[in-house]
Write a protein of this length. Structure first.
Length: 127
């Protein structure tokens, strides 16, 4: 019995407040696109059914230099918080690496949708 307790103790730290119903009940934004102009990139999307969700509070925009497919929530980069009335965000980028982008809908503090699919890839500018 001691072995089971020892095994469960490290696993207890893996539990989060996010539940399956949280990601299934809140749809991600649709038609996520990117538009690049020099060093500036605009990510835009269409608001959908998520805006009707109770406590809908906006979106989280994740940008990373590596793919975020399959990464646990705890390991995602710090998101850019987008208010509920906005469906686009513009930021400045460099030319050295590709960027991977996902957008998630959020309701309250702990309710997130699945990521927008497909994951966007912003490639380095070609000379």
């Amino acid at each position: 019995m001691k072995r089971i307790g020892i095994l469960l103790l490290p696993l207890a730290g893996c539990v989060t407040m996010l539940h399956v119903q949280d990601v299934i009940g809140l749809p991600p934004p649709a038609n996520v696109q990117s538009r690049r102009a020099g060093q500036s990139v605009t990510i835009s999307w269409q608001a959908g059914e998520e805006v009707r969700a109770p406590n809908f509070s906006g979106y989280l925009l994740y940008v990373s230099s590596r793919s975020m497919a399959g990464i646990p929530l705890a390991e995602l980069p710090v998101p850019i918080v987008i208010g509920r009335d906005f469906t686009a965000h513009t930021f400045t980028i460099g030319d050295s690496l590709p960027l991977f982008v996902q957008v998630r809908s959020r309701a309250g503090r702990n309710h997130l949708s699945l990521p927008s699919l497909p994951e966007l890839v912003i490639k380095p500018a070609t000379p």
